[in-house]
Design a protein around this ligand. Structure first.
Ligand code: ADE
Length: 239
């Protein structure tokens, strides 16, 4: 997969060279290129922003450098992602969808955002998603891109050492993951739940499902409400 990121703070994206995403890049599964928006300006001050039309606080990113940047780095066949708190939610399902794309382009806005005409114009050439990573406001799209690229990269074939890790984890079946433990069996007088040491596979599966349900009810009751009745079995806890 090829990923291009356009930003006025390319250094913010340096962590894409580390850890899992960095290894994916080193192994050739992922090709990440970061571009400086100011390289697409032509005025003396390399300006990327201007005051909002209609008034209001802050600055808006100018359309000209953005349009030139996107026409240069986003060829046909790419999908454009614009991180913004005004976007659709970023979910595991969207991460899986993006992981199937050959080419992603991320446009990192700063200040009050990018002139909307850039997005509207790009939409005539390629699929565009405005995407939010949560109901809070960041200073710009760069951190959201780090989040999204990491979530997508770990789904690419060959990136995780053990692909079984992708099966039983939070948000895959609509529930949160059960708690996990490692050795020693007793640590500071706290025991690992005995069922996990029993070797009884069916009981372990049942216990993990119950814990998933309990945790989801406690931390994310909205997720339980969204699941169809058919996803529960008659031995599930009534929570
Ligand atoms: N830019 C600023 N806030 C954001 C958010 N919550 N998600 C994505 N991009 C953003």
């Amino acid at each position: 997969m090829r990923v291009d990121v356009v930003s006025i703070f390319p250094d913010y994206l340096a962590p894409l060279g580390l850890s899992l995403v960095g290894k994916a890049a080193a192994s050739g599964v992922l090709d990440v290129r970061v571009h400086h928006l100011r390289d697409f300006t032509h005025d003396k001050h390399r300006s990327v922003d201007d005051t909002p039309v209609g008034g209001g606080a802050g600055m808006v990113m100018r359309p000209e450098p953005w349009d030139e940047a996107l026409r240069t780095v986003a060829p046909e066949g790419a999908r454009l992602i614009v991180p913004t708190p005004a976007g659709r939610p970023f979910t595991q399902a969207l991460a899986a969808e993006l992981a199937a794309e050959p080419r992603l382009v991320f446009a990192c806005g700063r200040y009050e955002g990018i002139d909307q005409r850039v997005v509207d114009s790009a939409r005539e050439r390629m699929p565009v998603d405005e995407v939010s990573i949560g109901d809070y406001v960041l200073a710009g799209g760069e951190v959201a891109v780090l989040v999204m690229v990491e979530a997508v990269a770990r789904l690419l074939p060959g990136v995780l050492g053990n692909p079984d890790s992708l099966v039983e984890e939070s948000h895959v079946d609509g529930l949160l993951e059960y708690p996990v433990y490692t050795k020693p069996a007793v640590w500071e007088s706290r025991e690992v739940p005995p069922v996990l040491l029993s070797g009884h596979h069916a009981n372990i599966v049942r216990w993990r499902r119950d814990e998933s349900l309990r945790r989801t009810a406690r931390n994310r009751p909205d997720l339980l409400d969204r699941l169809p009745a058919s996803s529960f079995d008659d031995r599930d806890l009534s929570i």
